[in-house]
Unconditional design. Sequence first.
Length: 606
Amino acid sequence: MISIQNISKQYAGRELFSEVSFDVRQGEKIGLVGRNGHGKSTLLRIITAKEEADEGRIIVPKGYTIGYLEQILNLTQETVLEEASLGLRPTEKDAAWKVKKILSGLGFTDEDFNRPPAYFSGGYQMRISLAKVLAGEPNMLLLDEPTNFLDIVSIRWLEKFLKAWRNELIIISHDRSFIDSVTTHIVGIHRAGVRKMQGKTAKYYEQLYMEEEIHEQQRVNDEKKRKQIMEYVTAFRAKARRAKSVQSSLKRLDKMEKLDKLDNINTLTFSFNYSPIDARKIMDVHNLTFSYDAKEPYLINSLNFSVDKHDKICIIGKNGKGKTTLLKLLAGRLNPISGKIKTHYGVLPAYYEQANTVELNENATVEEEISLSKSFQDKTTVRAICGAMMFPGDDAFKKIKVLSGGERSRVLLGKQLTIPSNILLLDEPTHHLDMESCQAIALAVRDYEGAALIVTHDEYFLNEVATKLIVFQGDEILFYPGTYEEFIERIGWKDEDKKPNVIPAAMKEKKPDDKKNRAAFLALKAKTLKPLEENINIIEKNIITFEARLKEVHEELIKASHEGNGARIAALSKEMNSLNERVNELFNELQTAMDKHETESRKFIE
């Protein structure tokens, strides 16, 4: 075990924590939580002696080893396997099998083991560093946001690894489900103090909020009592017969402890700017196919799905499989090689790409950046959005160049709040944020009246938000019409060796042994499916025709309104209602036709 005793730390005159004390006992696994910037990473660095505390000390038993995952890369070996093997204990230098097992769990293939670390992206290089730390089996693991550079499959592997970990652990993560799954205790940094509690994050936050509520109630009651006493003293100070009572009241006043009003801690709280749309189905994706290089296999191949106006669809899978690419295709940032993305004429998208922080103007202020969004906003609205994104008061005048990664992400998110929308396209919106902010985003998306498609690895977010899934698994893409919990229970991830994933396998054609049977098979398939495909094409053409007329009617209606032509307005409004009804009917017909095509297609697959 280790003992943290009366640790204090300040930065630039701001107190991170004061007189912090707690022990980490044998076998305890601790989730370290708190707001970004409140000192979580600093505390880990103090424990490892990479940073000094202003006061206090850390007591570590002799021979006790600590494995710390640093965010600074230091890769020196020629291959991935050699680099990760540096973490092995001196007595286990030949235990390459252990390192390979860990690397495989973190997403490396057998071919990757002999590749140089420089071959991989920064995220995968961090996985090598993580493998190095895990392979050493130290007495204590210190992990600072290890899930930031992992995909959902690797996160689930790490979760199992840490649940089986027998030694001590302190971990920082914004993923609430992950923390609750792998830890036995919570240590929270709050208002420069630290509290350790056995149990899950919900218990910690409930206790914290309850105590703050009690504090505020007590403070208000004490203020009332003090006011009453002073009114009594003021009223009877001059009366001799009340002198003794007045003196007694003053002594009571002196003895009363004065509770300070708690400073307001900024909390991310907002809602997206929903614009109503009169349609059940707002997007239809048909045979979507894309590749960055024509010589390479398709990254996305013949993908089909539709989006209803209240759908919350989470896009999940390993890194590098095409999740962000799919979102860019849906947002119109990329053009497909083939296939169609049909959207209702009234669709207004809001697209958030967390990697786009490089497009922010380094010399602009937060307020100026949010003001530059597509939709004009008055200054009062912009300042309100700054406050919602945790940039209150003068913080709205901070330059982009001094902001952290998490703060820049909040600026990007704030820009989307100014845009009226009825479909959100969000690429890892919880990345770089703390646990409270992640929860706020999850609730905002869940309660949003429109549709949303979100790339995420956060299982708390998935369980809270997703009504449907697009799953990138292996070389296939599955549209799953259910929750994440249902997906895990009924299908699961192939790499976890659970029950076989029968639905993606259904995309593979049967291959009869002889050419004659093969020809008959293909002829029957064409005879069955061709009429259905032709029907789908006819419906799609009708939708395009009616939507084009809707657009014309909309423009004519605006013109008639400017001219004050009442009769024309009435006629056009009637036609628009009729057209909307017909378009909705056609979308329903299209869904039925596509469902029938899918059902018949399954008869020709394994």
